[in-house]
Design a protein around this ligand. Structure first.
Ligand code: AMP
Ligand code: GLY
Length: 429
């Protein structure tokens, strides 16, 4: 079948590689894609938020499956557009409809969903400008640090963790006064959870689910988790502390009630659920839901999938995921992200990239790259990443770092400590 994948990052390059591997995929289109996806399929110049144009392309090219990489088109209702347009309603869409996408699109909606279904998460309340006094009174009841979350989508920047009460109150006001535009017209204030974070990925058809491998990402720009937040500077899969016992808790306390909750509330959901979790002394708590795969978690999770992803997606669309099982490579994947100098603040685009030489069992995924005049150029903050598969975490890291060292452009930067925290944990330090 012909497949259209929406998105342009490393996540989409990693998904595209798996789709293209499937015998069930005859033609793969990626919109808009990057220089990496251009080597796996055909990039098309479509905007994901122009549903009419996407729909026309799908009809013209006889596309049978639409895979949505990022959250924005889902929150904006692309799956609803396809379901409600007669000429498109037979297209399999991987990604939830608007209502399901609210799990990511509104923190308040997600927290209320968790409360209704008794899913463990931090205690919270939601406030608006009208209830500022109540918000301040609620902050007074909490211990430091304070967690303030813009209710709506804020490009990953809408969460503030404040060390003291005065700063928390000042920033709360700024948020309610429009710091993140309409996204922070409502603010969720919640208890701070201390522990180690990990991401768990679920593929669901709305009734059944498959648990994909876990992963850990590294959000800060600086080594030792310092400095500004980024889209993600690397990822490791699996997460060593997410052992059988912990994952059973995740499944029983979080995944099952989430999928059951969607079904009971008649929320039509065919796609990924990305559960951001905190491991608090061995017990999992939900920090957030996303309605898509993570980036750069996908770049370490997808290379480990041995199952035919197109087949999994067909079952996801048709509600028959119970007929599938997942086959996963037992090796560890280590993904190292390389970024443009200056990122996540202002950075340059258009620098020439030299790709170096391939190594066995290491994949190179493009994020912000493009081809121009026969040259490969940087075209984003996160530029390119390497993912190595190896029998152990130290070996995977070594291989991935070796490959990354061979990729160059002016101003290239990567963290050198990806996975070190996990190695220390494993050694009991
Ligand atoms: P989110 O956008 O909800 O993923 O939040 C961004 C980051 O803020 C998370 O990845 C966590 O590191 C942190 N965070 C969010 N909520 C909490 C919380 N309740 N306690 C501690 N850290 C949090
Ligand atoms: N890596 C975190 C995210 O994709 O949101």
């Amino acid at each position: 079948m012909n497949i259209l994948l929406l998105g342009s990052g490393g996540r989409e390059h990693a998904i595209a590689c798996k789709l293209a591997q499937s015998e069930r995929c005859s033609k793969l289109y990626i919109a808009p894609g990057n220089a990496g996806t251009a080597a796996v399929g055909e990039n098309v110049d479509l905007k994901a938020d122009d549903f009419e144009a996407v729909g026309r392309f799908v009809q013209e090219r006889h596309v049978e499956m639409l895979v949505v990489g990022p959250e924005a088109p889902l929150v904006a209702g692309i799956a609803d557009h396809f379901a409600e347009t007669p000429a498109l309603s037979n297209v399999m869409v991987i990604g939830p409809r608007k209502q399901g996408a609210m799990l990511e699109g509104s923190k308040d909606y997600a927290k209320a969903f968790m409360t209704r279904h008794k899913i463990p998460t931090a205690r919270y309340q939601t406030f608006t400008r009208e209830t500022l006094a109540d918000a301040e009174a609620f902050l007074d009841t909490l211990p430091a640090p304070y967690v303030l979350k813009a209710d709506g989508l804020a490009a990953g920047k809408g969460v503030l963790i404040e060390p003291d009460l005065a700063t928390a109150k000042a920033h709360l006001r700024e948020m309610l006064d429009g710091k993140f535009g309409s996204a922070s017209a409502s603010v969720v204030i919640e208890e701070y959870l201390s522990g180690i974070e990990l991401s768990v990925f679920v593929l669901t058809d709305g009734s059944h689910y498959l648990l994909l491998p876990s992963a850990k990402d590294y959000k800060r720009i600086g080594e030792g988790d310092t400095g500004l937040n980024t889209g993600g500077m690397g990822s490791i899969s699996p997460v060593p502390f997410a052992d059988k016992e912990f994952m059973k808790k995740v499944e029983d306390r979080i995944v099952k009630p989430t999928v059951r909750g969607l079904r009971d509330e008649k929320i039509d959901y065919h796609g990924f659920i990305f559960v951001g979790l905190m491991n608090c002394g061995g017990d999992p708590y939900v920090i957030e839901y996303n309605v898509r795969m993570g980036d750069p978690e996908t770049e370490s999770v997808f290379p480990r999938l041995k199952s035919d992803v197109v087949e999994l997606f067909e079952h996801t669309a048709h509600g028959t995921l119970d007929e599938c099982s997942l086959s996963v490579d037992s090796r560890t994947a280590a993904c190292i992200m390389m970024v443009a100098g200056g990122y996540p603040e202002s950075y340059r685009k258009g620098d020439a990239i030299s790709l170096g030489t391939d190594i066995e069992d290491v994949q190179v995924f493009h994020c912000g790259t493009k081809n121009a005049d026969g040259r490969l150029l940087t075209n984003g903050g996160r530029v390119i990443c390497t993912t190595a598969l190896a029998p152990s975490l130290p070996e995977a890291l070594l291989k991935s770092y070796n490959r990354a060292a061979d990729i160059n452009w002016e101003g290239k930067y990567n963290r050198r400590d990806i996975g070190q925290d996990l190695l220390k944990l494993m050694m009991g330090q």
